[in-house]
Design a binder for this molecule. Sequence first.
Ligand code: HEC
Length: 366
Amino acid sequence: MWAHPISDSLLGLFLALWLTAGVLQPVSADDLARGAEIFEANCTTCHGPAGSPDADSPLVQSLGVMPANFSDALFNSREPASTWKMVVTYGGAEMGFSEMMPAFGGSLSEQDIDNVLAYIKTLGGEHDYPDGELNLFLPVRTKKAFPEDEWVWKQRYTGQDGDNAWKNTLEYEFRMGQRGQGIMEVTHEVEGSSSEFGHLEPGFKYVLKHDRRAGFILTGAAQVAVPLNHDANWEFLPYLAFGKILAPKWTLQGSGRLKLDLEDSDGSSAEFAGIVHWVHTDKGRAVFPALELVAEVPFERGTGPGRKDAVQVSALPQLRIGLNKRGNIALNAGVELPLNDRDRYDWRAYVYFIWDFADGGLLDGW
Ligand code: HEC
């Protein structure tokens, strides 16, 4: 293959333009002024004039639950306006919040609700936290760009004649500063009569770029895999991940990761994955279909009849199933099928359970 510097740079330019092209309309100063008026007239009694509720107010005390504090930048940034729109339009109970948060869909027009939401987004002040709108659904294989506080318990069952395996991964991810996230993962595998821990994988993720209006986020990360049994090797796992809101109901995520086996470089590989989700509703308790594609590039293909394909491709249709009304507790289930090099496995089933603990406890939001 010859290199085509011109078409390559054109493609790069096109990609850059497309990735940063806006999906959200810019908010005009008039809309914000209108939003401020609506907030003043309808919301301040509970949420406070600057968006931070007055804990000493008898009205606030009578609610039995603290109204949201919009002046807290971390809280303000991490909640997507689309969720807030459901809350403001249909009332708190619709998304598993307190019914003390009233519904305004009857008294305010949709435009006014959009304006007041744009206004309360400004009450967090200047900050560098990525916006919750960029917190796209966690895929099975594609790495996620948004730094969310979450627990994930992932299971993978590999079906193959006489050689079935069951792998469990427990992940804990937590915010560090405005753009950072700490990662801790541990894996365990049961295969035949052997049952053992695989790796402990601490890591760090950092948001390189985030643009709410463009609906785009780019993150760099790295994990170190510490072997927990005699057969496992030390590994280094750097990756880049992006998320892009394509259109109001469609999201795309992609990632490229190197799996560098530090003790046996023949075991290393590169892994590229991408996924499209159909986000047909802003409700939390709903089912969202997605299609994920994975391409693995082994550094060493081997020889003879077992020689691996240069690029091993698989498809992974899956469903995200929101369990509670807030959607911060969910299941995801999918099946991975090899499209070539079919000796790898017949099929793999994945189920994960996710709890985004920043949005409420395990018993909240049902
Ligand atoms: C009668 C009091 C009251 C009024 C008036 C009120 N709210 Fe609320 N609001 C609440 C309470 C209480 C909660 C917290 C519910 C919870 O945490 O379970 C809340 C929560 C919210 C949330 C959800 C935040 C989250 O946790 O994600 C949004 C958004 C919101 N209010 C916006 C508004 C807007 C906009 C207005 C005015 C148009 C308004 N509220 C008027 C009491 C009120």
